[in-house]
Design a protein around this ligand. Structure first.
Ligand code: 1HE
Length: 258
C-alpha cells in the first residue's frame, strides 16, 4: 500500500487488508478527515484483497464521532454529516470482501456504528459498548439506528440510549454485539486467523455473503427467496464450486470442524 494517510495506518499482507484508526490521542474519535480516509480505502481496495480488518491504535477502538465537528452544526449540516457517514458505512457493509472489526476499550457511539457496519466483530476482554448520544443530546447518525437493532434488538438499543447503559465485553457478546470475545490483547490474532479462513472461500461466495445476504434479509419474502435462489444458482455453476463439491464427494475435502 503506497498511499499515506493522516489518521489511518493501512497495510496489506497475504490478501488481508488492515486498517487501523490512528488518532489515539483523541481516542480514535472519528472526525471528518478520518471518515474521508476510510471512505477512500473502501472505495478502491487493492485487487488482491480477500478480507479486511479494522482496528484502533491506543487503548480504545473508537470514542465515536468527533464531538468538536458536531458543535456548530445547523440542521442541514447535521443531516449531511449523517448522510456522509451512511455512504462510508455502506461501503464497508457492502464491501466486496468481508470486513472484521477488532475491538478493545471503548467501542461507543459512532465507533459502535462503525463496528456494526463490519461483518464480524472480535472483542477483547477490555471492550465496552455504549451509545452516549442521548446523554450528549444527539442521536445516532452513522446507520446505527438501522444496524444496531439487527444485532441486539430495538429494546436493548433503546435501553442503551435512554439509560446510558454500558455493556462489558462478555455480556456484549451474549447480547449480540460481537461474535467472539478473547483475552485482552488477543483480538487481532483471532481476527487474522478468521481472515485466513475467510480467504479460503471462493470470492463469489464471500461477495454473496456481504452483498446479497443483507438484501435478502431486508427484502420482502418473495423477492428475498428469488434472490436467494439466483445467488445459489450462480455460485453452484462456478468451476470453483464444482471442484469443491467433487473434492468433498471424492474424500479430498475437510469435514465440518476439521
Ligand atoms: C474526544 C472524544 C470525542 C475523547 N470527540 N474528542 N462519544 C462520546 O460521547 C464518548 C466521549 N469520550 C469518552 O467518554 C472518553 O474519552 C473515553 C471513555 C472514550 C476514553 O476516556 P479516556 O479517559 O481514555 O480519554 P479522555 O481523557 O476522555 O480523552 C482524551 C482526549 O480525547 C481528550 O482531548 P484532550 O484534547 O483534552 O486531550 C478528549 O476530549 C478527546 N476525546 N472522545 C472529540 N468523541 C455519526 S453520529 C455519532 C454520534 C456519536 O458518536 S455521539 C458519541 C460521542
Amino acid at each position: 500500500m503506497q498511499q499515506n494517510y493522516e489518521n489511518l495506518k493501512v497495510g496489506l499482507n497475504a490478501g488481508i487488508l488492515t486498517i487501523a484508526l490512528n488518532r489515539p490521542q483523541k481516542r480514535n474519535a472519528l472526525n471528518d478527515p478520518t471518515l474521508l480516509e476510510i471512505d477512500s480505502v473502501f472505495s478502491k481496495l487493492p485487487a488482491e484483497t480477500k478480507c479486511a480488518i479494522i482496528s484502533g491504535e491506543g487503548k480504545h477502538f473508537s470514542a465515536g464521532a468527533d464531538l468538536s465537528d458536531l458543535q456548530q452544526h445547523t440542521t442541514m449540516d447535521g443531516m449531511l454529516h449523517s448522510r456522509s457517514w451512511h455512504h462510508t458505512m455502506d461501503k464497508i457493509q457492502f464491501c466486496p470482501v468481508p470486513v472484521i472489526a477488532v475491538l478493545h476499550g471503548a467501542c461507543v457511539g459512532g465507533g459502535l456504528e462503525l463496528a456494526a457496519s463490519c461483518h464480524i466483530r472480535v472483542a477483547d476482554a477490555t471492550t465496552f459498548y455504549a451509545l452516549p448520544e442521548a446523554q450528549r443530546g444527539i442521536f445516532t447518525g452513522g446507520g446505527g439506528a438501522l444496524r444496531i437493532p439487527k444485532l441486539i434488538g430495538t429494546a436493548r438499543m433503546a435501553d442503551m440510549m435512554l439509560t446510558g447503559r454500558v455493556y462489558q465485553a462478555e455480556e456484549g457478546s451474549q447480547v449480540g454485539l460481537s461474535q467472539y470475545v478473547v483475552p485482552e490483547g488477543k483480538a487481532m490474532s483471532k481476527a487474522v486467523e478468521l481472515a485466513q479462513k475467510i480467504s479460503e472461500n471462493t470470492p463469489m461466495t464471500n461477495y454473496i455473503l456481504t452483498n446479497v445476504l443483507p438484501r435478502i434479509v431486508d427484502g420482502g419474502h418473495d423477492v428475498a427467496l428469488v434472490m436467494e435462489a439466483l445467488a445459489g444458482g450462480i455460485v453452484k455453476n462456478s468451476t470453483e464450486a464444482k471442484q469443491r463439491l467433487s473434492d468433498f464427494l471424492e474424500g479430498r475435502a475437510k469435514k465440518v470442524g476439521q
